[in-house]
Design a protein around this ligand. Structure first.
Ligand code: ZN
Length: 119
């Protein structure tokens, strides 16, 4: 199989897992987190990127699938660049996302990396 097929199949599985996770996130958040974790592993194995929607709605520390008003807190900050800070109420991890019309992926990536720096 060529690598693009592998990525395609991986993406299909990721989307299925994400759908499943969304279905159970209110009733069984732990199961939802397991689905998210599996999807992440598939993405890593296939060296493919997770959909932006997926990255926005999950915690990369504990794999929680966010339910607004329940396990995450969203704050909009206007300092320097307007951005959103999403706090995972399960593990306390914060993710910053820039609010720009044109999403500059490089900048977003760097931002993510700075969050992953050792504490
Ligand atoms: Zn978390």
């Amino acid at each position: 199989m060529n690598p693009s097929n592998v990525k395609q199949i991986a993406m299909q599985r990721i989307l299925i897992l994400f759908e499943q996770a969304k279905k159970v996130r209110r009733t069984d958040p732990k199961l939802a987190a397991q689905y998210v974790e599996s999807a992440r592993k598939i993405a890593m194995a296939a060296r493919t990127r997770l959909p932006i929607e997926f990255r926005r709605e999950t915690c990369k520390e504990c794999n929680s699938l966010f339910v607004h008003g329940i396990n995450c807190r969203v704050r909009i900050k206007q300092k320097r660049e307007p951005h959103v800070v999403v706090t995972c109420l399960n593990c306390g991890n914060q993710t910053r996302m820039l609010l720009k019309k044109k999403m500059e992926h490089k900048e977003l990536e760097q931002d993510n990396y700075s969050n992953e720096a050792p504490r």
